[in-house]
Design a protein around this ligand. Structure first.
Ligand code: F6P
Length: 462
């Protein structure tokens, strides 16, 4: 794959990259380019200026592309053995580290640190080493490398040893666990994670709260953060992109289809999530059921449009959660539905154009995670909604720091409180709704992705 042979001036490393490949029936490879903050951030610099993205080959198509030496300029995919990747990604990153930072372990769902965990941890180390070695190989003298997320916490320390000349950053897109929760990890593992990250010159977090939690963990477990600088960069929504994309023809088509599902003259409560436990989709549905029970005046007058896109389906705990979401949505439709009204319109097939269509139709956006690094949906819906929306927002989402003042804030565990907030949100008049939405959109787009990335780059270079 595209290699810069030691010439890259700016490097990004992440598990999931900006492009993925599919093998077509005729054997040809089809590339699909993803969106998202990092993609637009890095394209602000581009491969001509020596920018390189190191990521993992995740699909069969990706692995085939590596084998055939097919690739995009500015992207190098690592074909780590599939079992090593599965241990690191499914076993450690998404079963342990994700659960610790989102505080998802609750009896009887508890971590197990047995021999199998140790075996998977060795794969996590190998996976991190593969990234560190690739970055060391590709980076020019004195280059900047910014490593992303909980999949790659050991990379900064490993890379520092291989290439002391580099400026190394790491950015966490998740929350960081409070110290009493973080030290649920075995002592040596907790220490290894912290020391791995502290190998960086600079660590970035989405909010002050997560940055402070990390610092507290370092103070309690490894005697402080040493010389590593800690920065906060609250990634915002990309207003220009969203406004343009949400008015393209495919979005209009999906709006027409959604309108038909919702029915004439009804209010719309919208949520869009990857289906995983921290998003708290089931409690959101239960809050909607409570609304329909306690406030029968909303029956037939409101529809909950819930998009729950399957994620990490190799793991039983995520599959079971996806099934639970479908079961609860269906039970609400059975309990309350009438011939002309389906109370919950649930879609599980990922479709970005349809998500934007739902954003445009939203009167209320429901964002109620148990914990979330930021939650960009909370920032995106107010930008896109045609008539302005009221945001019902969990106080445990990173976005709360910037949007809390203009949102209706809920405790994500409190189903009755969330139901009351939904009632209040549906009752807000058009004028106030438009005003609130405008302020939410302004706050949520204050740091667009390209600037978010360049800001970190500048901080690392100075
Ligand atoms: O929130 C952390 C994060 O890594 C995000 O950066 C990303 O959008 C999401 O999780 C995706 O998870 P996965 O790659 O497992 O689908």
């Amino acid at each position: 794959m595209a290699s810069t042979f030691g010439a890259a001036q700016v490097l990004v490393a992440s598990n999931r990259g900006p492009v993925s490949y599919e093998v077509r029936e005729d054997g040809s490879l089809h590339a699909k380019r993803g969106g998202g903050g990092l993609v637009s951030g890095l394209s602000a610099i581009g491969p001509d200026a020596g920018a390189l993205w190191v990521c993992s080959a995740l699909s069969d198509g990706d692995r085939e592309a590596v084998r055939r030496g097919v690739g995009e300029d500015g992207v190098r995919m690592l074909d780590v053995p599939a079992d090593v990747h599965a241990d690191a990604y499914n076993g450690i990153a998404n079963s342990v580290l994700w659960f610790v930072h989102h505080m998802l372990y609750q009896t009887p769902l508890e971590p197990v640190f047995d021999a199998e965990f140790r075996r998977q941890w060795a794969s996590y180390e190998a996976y991190n080493r593969a990234f560190a070695e690739a970055l060391a190989e590709e980076a020019a003298e004195g280059a900047v490398a910014i490593v992303q997320d909980y999949h790659l916490t050991l990379v900064p320390g490993m890379l520092r040893e291989l290439r002391p000349d580099l400026r190394i950053g790491h950015f966490s897109h998740t929350p960081w666990a409070p110290v009493d929760y973080f030290r649920m990890l075995p002592d040596d593992i907790a220490e290894q994670v912290l020391r791995g990250m502290l190998g960086a010159d600079r660590l970035g977090f989405l909010t002050r709260r997560w940055a402070d939690a990390f610092t507290a963990c370092c103070e309690a477990l490894v005697g402080g953060t040493g010389g590593t600088e800690i920065g906060v960069h609250g990634l915002g929504a990309d207003a220009d992109f969203l406004r343009k994309r949400s008015h393209e023809a495919d979005v209009d088509e999906r709006m027409a289809a959604l309108r038909a599902e919702i029915g004439e003259g009804r209010r719309t409560i919208v949520r869009v999530d990857r289906t995983e436990l921290s998003k708290n989709i089931v409690r959101g549905l239960l809050a909607y059921r409570r609304l329909l029970t306690d406030r029968p005046e909303w029956r037939e007058r409101v529809v909950h449009v819930a998009f729950a896109y399957p994620s990490r389906q190799d793991l039983a705990v995520y599959r079971d959660y996806t099934a639970e979401v479908q079961r609860v949505a269906e039970s609400i439709n059975v309990e309350f539905g009438t011939p002309g009204w389906t109370p919950v319109v649930l879609h599980v097939k990922d479709d970005f154009a349809r998500s934007l269509a739902a954003y445009r139709l939203a009167d209320v956006a429901l964002v109620n995670p148990i914990r979330d690094g930021m939650n960009l949906v909370a920032k995106e819906v107010p930008v896109v909604s045609d008539e302005g929306c009221v945001l019902v927002l969990s106080r445990e989402a990173g976005a709360y720091e910037e949007l809390g003042e203009d949102a209706l804030v809920v405790n994500p565990y409190d189903v009755s409180g969330t139901a009351r907030a939904l009632h209040e949100a549906l009752s807000v008049g058009a004028g106030e709704r438009a005003e609130r939405s405008k302020r939410l959109a302004a706050a949520g787009t204050a740091l667009p992705p390209a600037r978010w990335f360049l800001e970190q780059l500048d901080a690392l270079r100075s």
